[in-house]
Design a protein around this ligand. Structure first.
Ligand code: ZN
Length: 350
């Protein structure tokens, strides 16, 4: 009865990149234990409380899940806390839908089609802002890249370009690409030469900035196409290639420069939405798709385009245009498996 197939929601009406999916397992043995032992509820009460329980969006989407939640790639998962097997494990599927013009209608329609009884689905609304969305994107990207494989630099670049230049099918371009270089000739855009891809300095600068941001917590400094860089090194490169000047960053203090870089990146690109049609983000290729598909999309695509167009044109510094824009996120939580499993577990108890 609890097959996974029929559970898939139909998301085809959402533009590519507008929905991020998360899967989290919950151990019913652990949750039962928490409700009875730690909270001191009688078993019967515990089960009726558990049925009403919905994890927070943080619990559903965070990568460092804590008891009774966990995340696994295993086909035959065990609870990491108590060792319980399949029948005790329920899954929550969470769909994070970016609010906005391109998704509002599809979201409303989808929600209308969902069963209403018994809180099988719960929708939680949250405000985010562009900086938070950028970091979420970076975070997801980092998790899905294997930083021990050198090819991650290309994957990170491809993911960045998909955000930056969504009209190009970068997936296809990168099938042949083995190296990415800074072009000394181009002032904008990119150019392919055999297995090499040349990027205009601004694109290249942002690509290495992204690489730095993704890898800096991984090890000391950050790994980029330019090798391992400290923040000072990175700033020096970005200044050297003229990127800092072009986006109007005149500060000298590395901390301030860094903050401005982040703000600029967050406010002038669409980290939450635009993505190449048909592009899938780097996937870990295994069962657990927690954040495996980071795709979101487009609300202020039009509103923001004036900003991004400008920033694409060199010599138009825009330090004052940097802003943090609120973005509304809708977390659609599928509780069906959880409800069914709790019921059957309780039945076996009673
Ligand atoms: Zn457990």
């Amino acid at each position: 009865m609890a097959t996974t197939k029929k559970r898939e929601l139909d998301l085809k009406d959402f533009p590519p990149g507008t929905v991020t999916e998360f899967t989290t397992l919950v151990c019913l043995a652990c949750i039962f234990d928490i409700f009875t032992r730690q909270l001191g509820l009688a078993p019967r009460t515990a089960f009726s409380e558990i049925k009403r329980h919905t994890p927070t969006t943080e619990e559903l989407t965070s990568r460092s899940a804590t008891r009774p939640y966990f995340d696994t790639d295993d086909k035959h998962p065990h609870c990491p806390y108590c060792g319980s097997t399949k029948r005790w494990l329920a899954r929550f599927d969470t769909y994070c839908i970016e609010g906005g013009k391109t998704t509002d209608a599809a979201r409303r329609t989808l929600i209308k089609t969902l069963p209403k009884v018994g809180d099988q689905f719960v929708v939680v609304e949250k405000k985010s802002d562009s900086r938070a969305v950028l970091f979420e994107w970076l975070d997801t990207l980092g998790v899905n890249l294997d930083l021990t494989e050198e090819s991650w630099l290309l994957d990170a670049t491809r993911n960045y370009l998909s955000r930056r230049e969504p009209k190009t099918n970068w997936e296809e371009v990168f099938q042949e690409i083995r190296a990415v270089r800074r072009s000394s000739r181009l002032t904008e855009g990119s150019e392919r030469d055999g297995i090499r891809l040349f990027l205009a300095p601004d694109l290249y600068g942002e690509a290495i900035l992204i690489q730095y941001l993704v890898s800096r917590s991984h090890t000391h400094g950050g790994l980029t196409l330019e090798g391992r860089l400290t923040l000072m090194d990175l700033i020096r490169r970005l200044r050297y290639i003229g990127y800092l000047d072009r986006i109007g960053i005149t500060e000298r203090d590395p901390g301030e420069v860094f903050e401005k870089l982040i703000d600029h990146l967050a406010a002038t690109r669409d980290w939450s939405r635009v993505t190449t049609p048909g592009t899938k983000e780097v996937s870990t290729g295994s069962g657990s798709d927690r954040a495996g598909r980071a795709k979101k999309s487009s609300k202020k695509a039009t509103k923001k385009s004036s900003t991004s167009e400008k920033s694409r044109t060199p010599a138009l510094p825009e330090p004052d245009e940097i802003m943090t824009e609120p973005v509304k996120l809708y977390y659609l939580i599928d509780r069906r498996d959880f409800l069914e499993k709790s019921k059957s577990v309780y039945a076996s108890y009673a």
